[in-house]
Design a protein around this ligand. Structure first.
Ligand code: SF4
Length: 381
């Protein structure tokens, strides 16, 4: 029987310090011993979950966080080995690791590449020392450059740089400089995300109390369009709202999400989506460690039980994030319905506003629609 393709996400929730804009489940690392007990728990969860997914094949593994590069080399190796031993993993699986430039150290990169990690995502966010300070990042320009030098020295052939625009105080010139420097570092992939703040974050509170000010929408729009113009000029294909890559270097793990396929989450706070159910391991470190230590499952909470209609609509929204949009012939075959007929009102309205276009039997966002994508998505909710 053909095995079902899935992605595997492993969450490492520790960070050196909480960044001001971050609303991920992440905790300041208190002691190195925490890393070992967490690694042990992750390995136990891998063993338990693998038995439930024996009919699946893992196409991508993504170690995210938090800051997974805080783990020791042996800890990371043992996690990758545990996945390979317990799950069916495709022989050419993409194995990504998020790295914070502040955690670079001698021999680490060489070790993880040798352990099978074949894609690095370096969270640099900006090249401007002032913007890094505003974001509350623990690294500076020097650590970024050292990390990039190490990536080249160790022969890493597939790395991403994460950038943020819309940072309080950021100018168009400074954003341009970050884009130019990013390209000059020779990555295969660049992510450019608009700063978006949850109200629980320290930065949102600083804005609320008028200590700092967000940029206006016009400036954010100009920055986004600068990336849309500049990166393709330099050979980076715009393939998703916020993602650009050289030919063949799309992030396969994220493509799995955007194509609406199943994914398994491992670790405290990690989200899974299997069929029409989305659930997550509860984001409580102690509870997670204790449950696995005594041989129980990780405590889980259901986030969403979707109807068939809700799942289809979610898949439409995810597919529209991709610049290639929705293949209407494939959609018709999958759902037994004519997309253009079923969503005629939504399409016409968004087309008239210049947000959506129909081309070669595909429905895609327009360039104007990229920045205003939420106005399109809400029509399909
Ligand atoms: S390093 Fe990443 S996960 Fe950690 S606090 Fe900063 S943004 Fe959040």
């Amino acid at each position: 029987m053909k095995k079902k393709p899935v992605g595997l996400y492993i969450h490492i929730p520790f960070c050196l310090k909480k960044c001001g804009y971050c609303d991920f489940y992440s905790l300041p690392l208190q002691s190195p011993a925490q890393l070992q007990s967490y690694t042990d728990a992750i390995r136990l969860e891998i063993e338990k979950l693998a038995t439930l997914f024996s009919d699946s094949i893992i196409l991508s593994i993504y170690l995210g966080g938090g800051t997974p590069s805080l783990l020791g080399l042996e800890q990371l190796q043992s996690i990758v080995e545990a996945v390979a031993y317990n799950f069916n993993v495709s022989s050419n699986a993409e194995i990504s690791l998020e790295m914070n430039p502040a955690t670079r150290r001698e021999g680490f990169l060489r070790g993880i590449l040798a352990a099978g990690v074949n894609r690095i995502s370096l969270g640099i966010q900006s090249f401007s020392p002032e913007e890094l300070r505003v974001l509350g990042r623990v690294h500076g320009y020097y650590e970024i450059m050292q990390s990039i030098e190490a990536l080249h020295k160790e022969g890493c052939q597939n790395f991403n740089l994460d950038l943020i625009y819309g940072i309080p105080g950021q100018s168009l010139e400074s954003w341009q400089r970050s884009l130019e420097l990013a390209v000059s570092c020779g990555p295969q992939h660049i992510s450019a995300y608009l700063l978006q703040l949850d109200e629980s974050t320290a930065m949102a509170r600083a804005i609320e109390s008028a200590q700092i000010e967000l940029l206006d929408e016009e400036s954010e729009n100009a920055m986004y369009h600068m990336a849309l113009d500049y990166l393709p000029e330099k050979g980076f294909r715009h393939y998703e709202l916020s993602n650009f890559c050289q030919a063949g270097f799309e992030c396969r793990h994220n493509l799995n999400y955007w194509c609406g396929r199943d994914y398994i989450g491992i670790g405290a706070g990690a989200v899974s989506c299997i069929g029409r159910q989305r659930y997550r391991n509860r984001p409580f470190l102690k509870e997670y460690l204790m449950s696995l230590e005594v041989g129980q499952e990780a405590p889980v909470e259901i986030l969403e039980q979707m109807s068939a209609e809700e799942k289809m609509r979610e898949e439409i929204i995810l597919a529209l994030r991709l610049c290639d949009g929705i293949d209407l012939a494939q959609f018709a075959a999958r759902y037994q319905l004519d997309f253009r007929e079923r969503f005629a009102v939504e399409i016409e309205d968004a087309e008239q506003k210049g947000l959506l276009k129909l081309e070669n039997n595909r429905l895609c966002l327009t360039r104007r629609g990229y920045f205003l994508s939420n106005q399109v998505f809400c029509r399909f909710i």
